[in-house]
Design a protein around this ligand. Structure first.
Ligand code: SF4
Ligand code: SF4
Length: 240
């Protein structure tokens, strides 16, 4: 939005999809757990050679406890310029929902004290902002603010329980449907923003009708896509 490009150092987790076509090749590096933040340390030093792209390292919550903390310490200590985005979904979702130190269970399933990631980050000396990624406008504003700071290691914790975890224990909060009279399909401004760009697998394209439709088998009725559609064609109704 300010004319700079952006350089995302990827990591291992659901968000690793960002390295391929499903993630529009946003992640420029992809190696092992914690490598995204380690690489951001280095790329965050290249401003002295004229590299002016904001550097964004991504990590999940499990990866953060597992392998990112040393890289964040190094980044703060050595004055690297990058934003670390932690997708805190309260789960090790990619490998089977194992507990980690941010959850209230030990590896054996016993009750345990969770370790606050924001306290760790602040103790290291990083600026920390916590937001709900389903609040799209507020999250965008927070991220832009962190990027505009330009200097130092900064942390955005995007906190929202994984929908697969929530769906196991709670009823679905919404009923979702598409209003076919409002859906403009290919003409909606971004050529199907919801299922071509946003790409939740619960939103599918009905080529015959030229409209988006909800796949009721896949959709977890989280409701966030209602805020994505510029036409208000995705209807979110509070479930009875
Ligand atoms: S539901 Fe909304 S975003 Fe999706 S194709 Fe229709 S108009 Fe576009
Ligand atoms: S309500 Fe949530 S799960 Fe369902 S299609 Fe929209 S974003 Fe996907």
């Amino acid at each position: 939005m300010d004319g700079r490009d952006g350089f995302v150092t990827g990591d291992i987790g659901c968000y690793a999809m960002g390295v391929g076509p499903a993630g529009f090749f946003q992640n420029r590096t992809h190696q092992c757990m914690g490598a995204g933040s380690g690489m951001a340390n280095g790329f965050g030093q290249l401003w002295r050679f004229g590299f002016d792209q904001p550097v964004i390292a991504v990590s999940g919550d499990s990866t953060f406890y597992h392998a990112v903390v040393p890289a964040l310490i190094n980044g703060v200590h050595n004055k690297s310029n990058f934003v670390l985005v932690i997708f805190d979904n309260g789960a090790t979702a990619m490998t089977g929902f194992q507990p980690h130190p941010g959850t209230e269970l030990t590896a054996m399933g016993e009750e345990a004290q969770d370790i606050s990631m924001e306290n760790i980050c602040r103790a290291i000396g990083a600026r920390v902002e916590v937001c709900d990624p389903f609040e799209l406008k507020a999250t965008t504003a927070t991220l832009l603010d962190l990027l505009e700071q330009k200097e130092g290691a900064r942390v955005a914790i995007m906190r929202r329980t994984c929908e697969l975890v929530r769906g196991r224990t709670e009823k679905h909060p919404y009923k979702m449907r598409i209003d076919p009279d409002k859906c403009l399909g290919d003409d909606c401004g971004c050529n199907r923003l919801c299922n071509r760009v946003f790409r939740c697998p619960g939103l599918v394209w009905d080529a015959e009708a030229g409209k988006t439709k909800i796949d009721e088998v896949v959709c977890n009725e989280c409701g966030v896509c209602a805020d994505v559609c510029p036409e208000g064609a995705i209807i979110r109704e509070v479930a009875a």
